[in-house]
Design a protein around this ligand. Structure first.
Ligand code: PEP
Ligand code: MN
Length: 339
């Protein structure tokens, strides 16, 4: 921590702050400038009382208290300068190959899921998405098929060889969901549900952590820190739009999160243009932007008949549009040096 004292502080006042820093278990290093004094306090905040409140304890003396270290550690580039990768059924996410995870918002029927799985595989997707436990805003909307949905996902994996990703909504389901899925999705609404993150991390399955509706990038990185801190190294960050004043889209997809997360963290970055816009007609453009900006993968909602979808119909693209999209992405993927 860096503690900056106000101008014109006496030695006696300075000493009172130094004594308090020591009392709280930190080692103070005093730097006296011409106009003011700065104190560097060395110690571990995990085991000691925070120094942030010094501004309250000494309102006449202390100007500011600023942390020197970033609050996240294991997810940071400093901790791991090279890009980290997540391996799922022999597929390496975060490496040279660009990945597309695609499938319906919700698992509805065997026919719907298998048809989608075959089509997205044929178009080049490597992971099948599908919600079995759905975090619906209203309790009167379709809540997902639950375990029956997980069984259908496993069946689709068997039929196609695609890896699967599905959302974990509750700690109570962690073991059950992990039994079926290859990747656990933590949804936007649970982005900072720390107990759920810990339970998900403990399953050992790769985790895709969505950004919450009003979660700042630092908070999102700190949420990811929970996964790594609980000994699960396989973490991906997924931007899916944040809530703004804009009404033309369901959410505002924050593409600037891609270079920011890439700079701050070593973990792969995934973009979800479907929740990110709420509009099927915008999905192609969002995907192209994401590839150009350095995302490692996309998570796209695809449905054989979006108008008949049981959830998120307006943002799901048809099998045909998805196939076209995959074609159109190819030159961009190559242009950014990926496969
Ligand atoms: C979804 O992927 O269908 C979903 C509910 O996502 P989010 O948590 O981003 O809203
Ligand atoms: Mn959805």
């Amino acid at each position: 921590m860096i503690i900056v004292l106000k101008a014109g502080i006496s030695r006696k006042q300075e000493t009172s702050v130094i004594q308090e820093i020591r009392r709280r278990g930190y080692r103070p290093h005093v730097m006296r400038g011409v106009a003011r004094t700065v104190i560097g306090a060395i110690g571990d905040e995990l085991t000691h009382q925070s120094l942030e409140t010094l501004v309250m304890v000494f309102p006449q003396i202390v100007e500011s208290v600023t942390p020197v270290q970033k609050r996240y550690k294991l997810v940071s580039r400093e901790a791991h300068p090279a890009d980290s990768t997540v391996t799922v059924r022999q597929q390496v996410i975060g490496g040279k190959k660009f990945h597309v995870m695609a499938g319906p918002c919700s698992v509805e029927t065997e026919k719907q899921l298998l048809k989608t799985a075959e089509a997205v595989k044929a178009a080049g997707a490597t992971v099948l998405r599908g919600g079995a436990f759905k975090p619906r805003t209203s309790p009167y909307e379709f809540q997902g098929l639950g375990q029956r949905g997980l069984k259908l996902l496993a069946k689709a994996r068997k039929a196609t060889g695609l890896a699967i990703i599905t959302e974990l909504l509750s700690e109570h389901h962690a073991e059950m969901v992990a039994e079926y899925t290859d990747i656990i999705q933590i949804g936007a609404r649970n982005s900072q549900n720390f107990q759920l993150l810990i339970a998900a991390a403990k399953t050992g399955k790769p985790i895709l952590l969505k950004r919450g509706l009003s979660v700042k990038i630092e908070e999102w990185l700190l949420a990811g820190e929970y996964v790594l801190a609980h000994e699960n190294p396989s973490l991906m960050f997924c931007e899916r739009g944040i809530r703004t004043f804009e009404t033309y889209t369901r959410n505002t997809l924050d593409l600037s999160a891609i270079p920011i997360i890439k700079k701050e963290s070593h973990c792969p970055v995934v973009i979800d243009p479907s929740q990110g816009s709420g509009r099927a007609d915008l999905v192609k453009a969002m995907c192209k932007g994401a590839v150009a900006m350095g995302a490692d993968a996309l998570l796209i909602e695809v449905h054989p008949d979006p108008a008949e979808a049981w959830s998120d119909g307006t943002q799901q693209v048809s099998l045909e549009v998805f196939a076209q999209l995959m074609e159109e992405l190819q030159p961009l993927i190559r242009a950014v040096g990926r496969e």
